[in-house]
Design a protein around this ligand. Structure first.
Ligand code: KIV
Ligand code: ZN
Length: 515
């Protein structure tokens, strides 16, 4: 019996990026897109091209880079939106335009101030315009789950008649329940004119913690595309988590028999780690599949059972999601070739200057810390790739602090290619470091959050510091990794300032964020 393919549509770079603190720059988005392709997602929603020049450039860069996955750009139904999305995905091997408009009476009355007829006209016009540029057009009825069902049938039928190839049924506000959502998908599949020739897609938000359950129920009802994000990031409580929906289908293949996914599950954990290190947003420890504790057995009875036979308490293996952790991978005598081979095994392609920086960091770390784990290498790579093309570069830190004298920090930076140094004191050592850096860069941003996270277990673990800073209405997160947490703090702050600088270089054209 042939299997039915379920498409995985990843929107980490679009809906996911809309979550607070998850904004990424072009380089970071391209490296995530490469990882998503390795993971095997069918569609990468790369951004919302009309939102800003930065979004447009990122979608265009991803369209050029990605080879096998479909690259999709989001557009409202306005003519300029669709045109901009078409331009951004034009060079993709497999381009898609995703256009949307709200269909619930609540949105029509309070947000769009449009009649149902006007919305129908917009749908027809936008889908036809999109189809004039690409063969693959997705249409979404925003707030579908609070829309009148028969009106939804009309809207989707109009979209199909205009040439849409995928119909997406978003639960925009995370309001539906599994039974209701499955029934809605069935209702639409039975009544939309031309339903048999298109793919039904689902897009759930997690406001009631039901996004994954709702998506699974929709698959049972005939949906064949699931929209989701790595680590479940997204607006408010997030989107359907990719790793949860994929592993539910794989682990319970008895319940979901006959469905085929193109995902390479061993790339799930590396994808999760890459996203966390790029955004600085760590996943909660008890998060299913990718949380620190997801495979940790604490209770004695459980440990005993797992040691006797893993099947007693483990429904899937850590290896199946690429989590063969705590493995000694390299030591201080390992050379360039071993280092490069190991990075390739982990799925990283690091070349040129970034590779040299990463190799030097590895050698320094191997001197300080005898045991190097995969997580250490991932952190080193994230740190080294980040710095390519930045305006500010961290060079050195000398710090004096303790119980008897006020902390003083002397920081050396590469500023537009010149080495500069500044000394400052502060309330604590981190304050002193940040003041010295602010003085040197002449930036005035507000520190919103400072977090430290140990990359691996052990007293000699590298520290990963994330700082969230804000300037005007722009909030960014910077990360730094080092075995000395104070150096990691300086690097994280410099990384965040580089991100602010990157955004400053790009003028926002029109900012329809927060759909
Ligand atoms: O949640 C939503 O409705 C969306 C649409 C743009 C698909 O993100
Ligand atoms: Zn959404």
């Amino acid at each position: 019996m042939s299997e039915t393919p379920i498409k995985i549509f990843d929107t980490t770079l679009r809906d996911g990026e809309q979550s607070p603190g998850c904004s990424m720059n072009l380089q970071e988005k391209v490296s995530l897109a490469r990882q998503l392709e390795r993971l095997g997602v069918d569609v990468i929603e790369a951004g919302f091209p009309i939102a800003s020049d930065g979004d447009f450039d990122s979608v265009r860069a991803i369209a050029k880079e990605v080879e096998t996955s479909i690259v999709c750009g989001l557009a409202r139904t306005g003519e300029a939106d669709v045109r901009r999305a078409a331009q951004a995905v034009a060079s993709a091997r497999h381009p898609r335009i995703h256009t949307f408009i709200a269909t619930s009476d609540i949105h029509l009355e309070y947000k769009l101030r449009m009649s149902r007829e006007q919305v129908l006209e917009e749908v027809d016009r936008a889908v036809r315009q999109a189809r004039a540029s690409v063969d693959d057009v997705e249409f979404s009825a925003e707030d579908a789950t609070r829309s009148d069902r028969d009106y939804l049938v009309e809207v989707f039928s109009a979209a199909v008649a205009a040439g849409a190839t995928t119909l997406n049924v978003p639960d925009t506000v995370g309001y539906t329940t599994p039974k209701e959502y499955g029934a809605l998908i069935e209702y639409l599949r039975e009544r939309v004119a031309g339903a048999e020739g298109v793919t039904f897609s689902v897009h759930c938000h997690n406001d009631l913690g039901l996004a994954v359950a709702n998506s699974l129920s929709a698959i049972r009802a005939g949906a064949r595309q699931v929209e989701c994000t790595i680590n479940g990031i997204g607006e408010r409580a997030g989107n359907t988590s990719l790793e949860e929906v994929v592993m539910a289908i794989k682990t319970r293949s008895d319940e979901f028999s006959g469905l085929a996914l193109g995902i390479r599950t061993q790339e799930i954990y590396p994808s999760s780690r890459l996203l966390s290190s790029v955004t600085g947003v760590q996943v909660q420890p008890n998060k299913a599949i990718v949380g620190d504790n997801a495979f940790a057995h604490e209770a004695g009875i459980h440990q005993d059972g797992v040691l006797k036979a893993a099947i007693t308490y483990e429904i899937m293996t850590p290896e199946s999601i690429g989590r063969a952790s705590n493995e000694l991978v390299l030591g201080k005598h390992s050379g360039r070739h071993a280092f490069r081979d190991r990075l390739e095994e982990l799925g990283f392609e690091v070349e040129g200057e970034a590779f040299e920086r990463a190799f030097k960091r590895f050698k320094d770390l191997a001197d300080a810390k005898k045991v190097i784990f995969n997580e250490d290498l991932e952190a080193i790579v994230a740190d080294s790739v980040q710095t390519a093309g930045d305006r500010y570069g961290f060079e050195s830190l000398v710090l004096t602090c303790g119980s008897d004298a006020p902390p003083r920090a002397r920081v050396g930076l590469d500023l537009d290619g010149r080495s500069v140094e500044r000394e400052a004191s502060g309330v604590g050592p981190v304050d002193a470091i940040f003041r010295a850096i602010s003085d040197l860069t002449e930036t005035g941003s507000e520190l919103i959050q400072y977090q430290v996270h140990a990359v691996t277990a052990g007293l000699d673990a590298q520290g990963e510091v994330s700082v969230t800073i804000q300037q005007d209405d722009r909030r960014v997160i910077g990360n730094g990794v080092h075995e000395d947490v104070m150096v990691a703090s300086a690097k994280a702050y410099v990384h965040a300032l580089n991100k602010l600088e990157w955004h400053k270089q790009r003028r926002d054209v029109d900012a329809p964020r927060g759909i």
